[in-house]
Design a protein around this ligand. Structure first.
Ligand code: BMA
Length: 357
């Protein structure tokens, strides 16, 4: 009798349903459910390595067939590939970093067909001002239903939905991807940031966006990632959380830009919070962006990053793009951390593309 009451209580309070649930989108395609299940099971084996724009360009090259700085260094592809849709909303043919959307579509397909994972962020322009993602003039109130820029935002979501719906295999199967909108929202450098909107507005923006994509546009190939910037405790981390029904992956972005010990301390502290929150809310934890620009520390991979990650169970860790000779986060042949990266690749805790087979 007591047990029955407990189960009844859990069911009513939503704990059980959340525990048993797959993706937040109840109508997620079979392949999206499969991606969700894979993220969960792979986490038991190790942490997947990810790299932004890996297949598109590297230090000293651009748009060469099947090339990757990561592969040039260690002989294997990342397991997770990050991409960005910034400027898609404007109707331009290429994203904010110059990558044509047609190429993005084909990279995403290649990754999926090889068994890798795609994650997509969106440095969307400011829909109220037309400025960049970094234009922090107020926009969120204006784009919510009833606001003066609502029509603009909805038109942008239509373009976003068209792109997501266009992600298909040769057989016409919808390719599942992780979608990571409104990232680093605990910072105030994007128009959706902490000081640019209230908690309620941020949550409403998130919920509206997910509902519009799933219900109006019938986009069902997305897992949703909530990814913060700085935070000190679980309360701060969860302050703008839109709810379990709107999120699959939870994470944060943290770069190594100051001292090594400080980076490791913050990384450990935040991963600990993330792990606890992920367990309570039954979400998939990930370090959604990290890295040391130009990787000047020759042992960065095995002596700085890996020791900080080791105590935790994480789905993936993604380093940012190899965009310029002064702005890269993965090694390339001849780069000072090259041999350490090979050790990182060989470590049994890390998963690269071949490890997913
Ligand atoms: C930033 C930098 C920018 C880039 C943006 C979106 O961190 O890499 O150069 O435009 O991300 O990819």
């Amino acid at each position: 009798m007591m047990r029955l009451l407990i189960v009844l209580f859990l069911l009513l309070s939503g704990t059980l349903s959340a525990q048993n649930s797959g993706p937040a989108d109840m109508q997620a395609t079979a392949e999206t459910q499969q991606l969700y299940g894979r993220l969960r099971s792979l986490m038991q084996r190790g942490v997947m390595f990810g790299h932004q724009d890996d297949m598109a360009y590297g230090v000293g090259w651009k748009y060469e067939h099947d090339r990757s700085d990561v592969k040039d260094v260690c002989g294997d592809w990342p397991a997770v590939f990050g991409w960005d849709l910034g400027h898609l909303e404007t109707g331009k043919p290429a994203n904010l970093d110059g990558v044509p959307f047609d190429s993005l579509r084909s990279y995403i397909r290649t990754v999926y067909e090889r068994g890798g994972v795609n994650s997509i962020s969106w440095h969307s322009n400011n829909p109220a001002s037309g400025g960049s993602a970094w234009d922090t003039s107020l926009a969120v109130t204006a784009i919510l239903p009833g606001g003066s820029s609502y029509a603009v935002y909805v038109a942008w979501l239509d373009r976003l939905a068209d792109f997501m719906l266009s992600l298909k295999t040769a057989e016409g199967i919808s390719i599942p991807v992780i979608f990571r909108p409104f990232h680093e929202h605990t910072g105030s450098w994007f128009w959706w940031g902490q000081r640019q909107c209230s908690t309620t507005e941020f949550r409403t923006l998130w919920q509206f966006t997910v509902n519009y994509l799933t219900t109006v546009k019938q986009v069902h190939n997305l897992l949703y990632a909530y990814s913060a910037a700085d935070f000190d405790d679980d309360g701060q981390y969860m302050e703008r959380y839109p709810g379990d029904a709107f999120v699959d992956v939870i994470g944060f972005d943290l770069y190594h830009s100051g001292g090594t010990e400080e980076y490791q301390r913050l990384l450990r502290k935040r991963l600990q919070i993330l792990e606890a929150v992920a367990a309570i809310n039954h979400k998939i934890p990930a370090l959604t962006e990290t890295g040391q620009e130009r990787v000047p520390a020759a042992n960065w991979w095995t002596q700085t990053l890996l020791p900080a990650l080791r105590p935790f169970q994480l789905s993936y860790v993604l380093v940012w793009r190899n965009g310029r000779p002064d702005h890269y986060y993965a090694p390339y042949p001849g780069q000072v951390s090259e041999s350490d990266f090979k050790k990182f690749r060989a470590d049994e805790r890390t998963l690269f593309l071949q490890d997913l087979k």
